[in-house]
Design a protein around this ligand. Structure first.
Ligand code: PEP
Ligand code: MN
Length: 336
């Protein structure tokens, strides 16, 4: 719809599509409204497009063949910018989200939050609900972990991101967190995707470790169809035959997804490699190939971390990492 379209104009377009016998799905974005017409046969698309385009409150009609419409770049060629308490993700600045894999205590979280903030991170990460391959691993502190994160967010002013695993917990996590993280294991948990689609908090959707790019974008489409257009995609490594690294960080996914979709793209080189010594080079490479942000695991003493110590940077190495990324960001016309 055109920027000047009124609620009445939107209703009119919806009604026309319904009268022609097709489904309607309207997405109310921050900047514009997109009315999706679902089920129009290929042969008739040009005809209907012409009729709708003759209305002055319709900006343009786009025929989409892909299995996802609302996350495709055609819908929003200029790209989506997500605003998290003033931190803009998808704009010219590259955003670092950093913190421990797992919330262990208030003191640990505050200590690391201050360190990453001083180094240049704009968002604090930390897991309260941990998805674990082993049922014997630490499952996270749960709501107590959320309370710690919120307290540290108030102490430091850093917005927070944390994982939500269970559709029944989405409202609870929304009370505490500024961004909802969907983990790799839940990328195709459609009940969870639908539930976060109803939330009004930005969502970071990790790529399933087995998922093709098309499946990942279809998962994002589930969230957007719920009306939540604030979605970012996170490449965190996929399974291959290689065992030297924990996963294979698919850097080519970053420019691929940027071409296919208007959503911001984040890189997670910690889970992508499983090795702290590879986090720095992969972070720089991710920035060079167009990532809008990074998700990095940081711990004061990685050897003592409850989870993912082998891929966590200590405070000093994280500060060095950001310094070393600045020239790379500048080389590709961006800033941190
Ligand atoms: C995490 O971010 O700590 C995490 C569990 O990530 P993933 O879902 O990518 O394994
Ligand atoms: Mn982790």
């Amino acid at each position: 719809m055109a920027a000047h379209a009124t609620a009445e104009n939107i209703k009119d377009v919806e009604q026309r599509i319904k009268d022609w016998g097709y489904g309607v799905n309207t997405i109310y974005g921050q900047e514009r409204t997109v009315v999706g017409a679902v089920g129009v046969p290929e042969a008739d698309k040009a005809d209907y497009a012409e009729r709708l385009e003759s209305l002055d409150y319709v900006e343009r009609v786009i025929a989409i063949l892909r299995p996802y419409k609302f996350v495709s770049r055609e819908i929003h060629p200029e790209g989506t910018i997500i605003d998290v308490k003033g931190v803009k993700i998808g704009g010219p600045k590259i955003v670092f989200m950093a913190g421990p894999c797992t919330i262990e205590s208030y003191e640990q979280t505050l200590d690391t939050a201050k360190a990453v903030q001083k180094a240049g991170a704009a968002i604090l990460r930390g897991g309260a609900y941990k998805p674990c391959t082993s049922p014997y691993s630490f499952p996270g502190l749960g709501e107590e972990g959320l309370k710690i994160l919120k307290q540290v967010s108030e102490d430091t002013g850093l917005p927070i991101i944390t994982e939500v695993m269970d559709p029944r917990n989405v409202d609870l996590v929304c009370e505490y967190s500024d961004i909802l993280q969907i983990g790799t294991r839940n990328m195709q948990n459609y009940d969870l995707l639908r539930e976060v689609g109803l939330a009004r908090k930005p969502v970071l959707l990790k790529r399933g470790m087995w998922a093709k790019i098309e499946e990942w974008l279809q998962a994002a489409e589930y969230v957007v169809l719920g009306g939540n257009t604030q979605v970012m995609l996170c490449e965190r490594g996929i399974r291959t035959f290689e065992t030297h690294t924990r996963n294979t960080m698919d850097l080519s996914a970053i420019p691929s997804v940027k071409q296919l979709s208007h959503l911001p793209v984040i890189a997670d080189p910690a889970h992508g490699t499983g090795r702290a010594s590879l986090v720095n080079p992969m972070t720089r490479a991710a920035i060079a190939c167009g990532a809008d942000g990074l998700l990095i695991e940081v711990h004061a003493q990685p050897d003592k971390a409850i989870k993912d110590g082998a891929q966590s940077l200590n405070h000093e190495h994280f500060a060095e990492l950001i310094q070393e990324c600045r020239p790379i960001a500048q080389a590709v016309g961006r800033d941190i």
